[in-house]
Write a protein that binds this ligand. Structure first.
Ligand code: ARG
Length: 572
């Protein structure tokens, strides 16, 4: 429709206005509405309604019924036949006929980034699943995606932890439950560091040993990293997140680059001495006191900071990974950090103008009461505990249904529903807003939930199974000559929106748009199924067309859920 109105506009407008945006949108009063003629009329020195009427005249021979309305809008209605044909095309095309609008892009996505020797907690949930969805959408649209897990695996805290481990050989932490053991050791080490100056000194000496490559110290550090990475991977596998060990370019990978980063910044006059530390400043970035905010690249004690490492990530991602675009999926509180890192990297010449670097910020996960999320004793909430809780709720919700599944299938479905519920609840919220983690609401079978969409998908699969059991042949060709029922029309046009929605997600980096789309698709399907009998219809041609709509809806839902990283079970 967009292409047709665009072409019609070009026919009736003077050459220099060809290529005007036709501004086509879905509409309540027709299939679509175009505001293009109205928007361009003034520049073309034409009366809007006259211009719209000329565009309408160009469209009618193409089977598009166009009607001028109001000050010069066009209401557009498509004939039934091309709509059926579009359904048929999508069913036979590879990948639902989605165009590869991101082909040629190389997109680095920095996401998840948990810290070694610490358990993944609720704070890592959003980066992990928002980042993962974005990588899936970009890949589906044809981009080359480079996943980057910027694991926190380096820093002075490891000197302290390794020293503590050396002094307490009786404290085992390898193997099962290693992460909670490590987490406890870490806290004990921190306490001793604060309480005992002699231990603090020995810890500092251990940092020097680690940084100068002392073999025994490095061996323990490598064990810590390996145990932690195995634990992260278990969480990723459970969450259905695509990250693997190969995607980990942790902080330690940049260790040898940091001196060079700082030297270059000093040579270019971008980093200057400020109170013994080396800092860079960004024009216009000032604190509440109107004082410029420093980006600290080397601390007073000579150690490199988080900022130096992030500057180094840009050099690797531009020079070696040849990124055309770099996304940092990190919480909103780090907005200033990234603003300054990108600014400094541009001035240093590490981030060329044709490479976009974007911070993709997100809000905080709050507790069910809307307050900061804490355990009963005030600690941080472990990610695995959250997932257990959601699966448990999904299990009892599902058990109440008459599902007829064997035990192992039931358990798989409960896992898919619980994990899917957590992911969907997160992704369906506006990314930049905080939201409350409310398990009861997220596993509900009704409303805008992951479970509702999984259930809608499973119901369609069950209808298609019943059709097969009744001996109705699958994959019959569509008869495009049949009249469209209004509910069929609405469903078919909604099905056709997937590509535009994915482009929108790629442009805005907002997964909730895909969630909203899938929800409206599921509702359009429900409306269709209420009004248009599928299995109980007498006419085999009508039935074939409706089964095709069921099939395409099922595949579109499954594709959308997959892009959200959510499993779509065959039955529920
Ligand atoms: N490891 C950090 C944390 O847990 C997040 C790192 C985010 N990524 C980055 N490139 N800075 O808070």
């Amino acid at each position: 429709m967009e292409a047709a109105v665009q072409a019609a506009l070009s026919q009736v407008l003077p050459g220099e206005l060809a290529g005007t945006d036709p501004v086509v949108r879905r509409s309540d009063r027709a299939d679509f509405q175009s505001n293009g003629p109205l928007a361009v009329a003034k520049r073309a020195a034409r009366a809007p309604r006259d211009l719209a009427a000329e565009v309408a005249a160009q469209l009618s021979p193409q089977g598009i019924d166009a009607e001028v309305s109001g000050p010069g809008f066009l209401n557009l209605i498509i004939a039934d036949r091309p709509i059926w044909q579009q359904v048929a095309n999508r069913l036979t095309a590879a990948e639902l006929g989605l165009p590869l609008t991101q082909q040629g892009e190389r997109i680095v996505v920095d996401y998840s980034a948990p810290n070694v020797a610490k358990e993944m907690h609720v704070g890592h949930l959003r980066s992990t699943i928002i980042g993962d969805t974005l990588t899936r959408v970009f890949a589906r649209l044809g981009a080359t995606v480079i996943r980057q897990n910027h694991v926190g695996d380096w820093g002075t805290q490891f000197g302290m932890l390794i020293q503590f481990i050396n002094e307490h050989p009786e404290q085992t932490w390898q193997g099962e439950a290693s992460m909670s053991a490590l987490d406890a050791l870490y806290r004990a080490a921190r306490a001793e560091f604060n309480a005992d100056p002699a231990f603090a000194d020995r810890s500092r000496a251990r940092v020097v040993a680690l940084q100068s490559g002392d073999e025994a110290t490095l061996t323990t550090w490598r064990e810590l990293v390996a145990e932690s990475e195995a634990a992260f991977q278990a969480v990723y596998d459970r969450l259905g997140v695509l990250l693997t060990l190969d995607d980990a370019d942790g902080e330690s990978r940049y260790n040898n680059d940091l001196q060079g980063v700082v030297d270059e910044l000093v040579a270019r006059g971008i980093a200057v001495d400020s109170d013994g530390a080396l800092c860079a400043f960004t024009e216009g970035v000032v604190g509440p006191d109107e004082e410029p905010v420093p980006l600290i690249v080397r601390k007073k004690d000579g150690g490199f900071g988080y900022a130096a490492t992030d500057l180094a990530t840009i050099r690797l991602r531009v020079d070696e990974y040849k990124a055309t675009r770099i996304l940092y999926v990190v919480d909103a509180r780090q907005a200033l950090h990234f603003k300054m890192v990108f600014d400094v990297a541009r001035r240093a010449g590490w981030l060329p103008d044709d490479v976009a670097a974007t911070h993709v910020p997100f809000g905080t996960v709050l507790g069910p009461d809307g307050k900061p999320f804490k355990t009963r004793d005030g600690g941080t909430v472990r990610l695995t505990d959250l997932l257990d809780q959601a699966v448990e709720r999904a299990r009892s919700e599902l058990a109440e249904k008459d599902h007829g599944m064997a035990l192992d299938e039931f358990e798989q479905v409960a896992q898919a529903a619980g994990i899917g519920a957590v992911k969907y609840a997160d992704l369906s919220n506006t990314r930049t807003k905080d939201y409350a983690f409310d398990v009861d609401r997220m596993v509900a079978f009704n409303g805008n939930t992951g479970v509702y969409l999984q259930y809608a998908h499973a119901r369609i699969r069950s209808i298609l199974r019943k059709a097969a059991d009744a001996g109705i042949p699958a994959g019959q060709p569509i008869d495009p000559a049949l009249p469209l029922h209004p509910a069929e029309r609405e469903l078919a046009l909604t099905l056709d929106e997937l590509g535009a929605v994915l482009d929108d997600v790629a442009r805005t980096l907002e997964p909730h748009r895909l969630c909203g789309y899938l929800f409206s698709l599921a509702r359009a399907y429900t409306e269709f199924y209420d009004q248009c009998p599928v299995l109980r219809t007498e006419d085999p041609a009508v039935q074939a067309n409706r089964l095709a709509l069921c099939e395409l809806t099922g595949r579109t839902l499954a594709t959308g859920l997959d892009l959200l990283g959510i499993t779509a079970p065959e039955r529920m």
